[in-house]
Design a protein around this ligand. Structure first.
Ligand SMILES: Cc1cc2nc3c(=O)[nH]c(=O)nc-3n(C[C@H](O)[C@H](O)[C@H](O)COP(=O)(O)O)c2cc1C
Length: 352
């Protein structure tokens, strides 16, 4: 329909955050051009029995979701089906609007298909996002809502921030994600401890039956990650999203010394910790794998390591609107080649 390589050349001449605003504007406008939108859904959205599964009481037509952080304010949900995504995760939202960290805070590394960001939960705040989301939900693809604390919320009020967000979003999304793994909010990752995880999921379960998941960072020992995820599941979490961006700056030759790295260079790091978690938990909860995924074989290895669903952010910047279609088509072949009729039969097959 159009050549993404040409568009990318133009977009990459802009500073990354400006390019994101331009792309966001286009994606917000797309649903208003019904004919083009529908043509793109027809072309990019793979709806095939092999990939369709029921998760969290809702139908996922394909397992590739948009990773949190791209659509922070729930303004692009309707165009994500046209981009081929099987579901989308909005946010991370905080109770109050906040501007995020100083700019520049978003960097591309095209030769490594990597991104580095220190956005810091820039978002319009829960009031505005709830308004946006309420107009769209329920939608033809499932919607996850990622929640986080405000930067200026004192430590002893952290749980209150999450409580407000759970109450605000519980009825207007298909699942919630507790984000305590962003490297860009001071001390947020310190919440990745058993005590906080027990408190937050204990609290959430009293408030809602909406599935609620924990998103973790990749920068810890596998054993620590397993313990934290087991604690979350025992405390009522309905799943794990692994992983957020990494602070392993050795992955790029000339990185910034702040923020989190994402994209192809973190694939093995994210996979290794995911597989360790998958080994212990794939038959006990729903696992979503994210971090550096850029092709069907990487999606498939995550599925075999226990992922029910996956997410992609950075590769979408580099591959554009045909990414999901290409990956899903190849994924169907990989699943069939192993003799399975449906993706669900392949989940965790590494451990059987
Ligand atoms: C610019 C940018 C902003 C992000 N913002 C968020 C966020 O708000 N919440 C979150 O949970 N993850 C956020 N992420 C992390 C992604 O959701 C994902 O976990 C990470 O980028 C690894 O996946 P990828 O290699 O496919 O990009 C962000 C990533 C990028 C690149």
């Amino acid at each position: 329909m159009f050549n993404y390589e040409t568009i990318k050349k133009i977009m990459f001449k802009f500073e990354p955050e400006t390019a994101h605003h331009i792309a966001s504007y286009g994606l917000k406008m797309l649903p208003h051009c019904r004919i083009i939108n529908n043509m793109m859904v027809e072309r990019n959205f793979i709806d095939n029995n092999v990939l369709t599964q029921k998760v969290f009481n809702t139908t996922f037509h394909n397992p590739i979701g948009l990773g949190a952080g791209f659509d922070k304010n729930a303004q692009m949900i309707e165009s994500m089906q046209a981009m081929g995504f099987g579901y989308t995760e909005i946010g991370t939202m905080t109770p109050k609007a906040q501007a995020g960290n100083d700019k520049p805070r978003l960097f591309r590394y095209p030769e490594h298909e990597a991104v580095q960001n220190a956005m810091g939960f820039n978002n319009e705040g829960s009031y505005e996002v709830i308004k946006n989301l309420s107009k769209v939900y329920p939608y033809s693809i499932p919607i996850g809502a990622s929640i986080g604390k405000n930067k200026l919320t004192p430590e002893n009020e952290t749980l209150d921030d999450y409580e407000k967000l759970i109450v605000g979003f519980k009825d207007i999304c298909d699942y919630l994600v507790v984000n305590i793994s962003s490297p860009n909010t001071p001390n947020l990752r310190d919440l990745q401890n058993e005590e906080f995880i027990k408190s937050i999921f204990g609290l959430a379960k009293k408030i809602t039956d909406t599935p609620i998941l924990l998103k973790i960072a990749p920068d810890m020992e596998n054993e620590t990650a397993i313990t934290l995820c087991q604690t979350a599941v025992e405390s009522g979490a309905d799943g794990i999203v692994a992983t957020n961006t990494t602070q392993d700056y050795s992955l790029l030759p000339n990185p910034q010394n702040f923020g989190g790295i994402s994209g192809k260079v973190m694939s093995d790091k994210s996979y290794d910790i995911f597989k360790a978690i998958g080994r212990e938990l794939h038959d006990k909860t729903t696992l979503i794998s994210v971090g550096g995924i850029s092709d069907a074989s990487d999606v498939y290895r995550r599925i075999k390591a226990g992922a029910t669903l996956v997410q992609i952010y950075s590769a979408f910047i580099y591959q554009g609107p045909s990414m999901c279609k290409n990956i899903n088509e190849e994924l169907i072949e990989l699943i069939k080649a192993d003799g399975y009729d449906n993706i669900s039969q392949a989940i965790g097959s590494d451990f059987k």
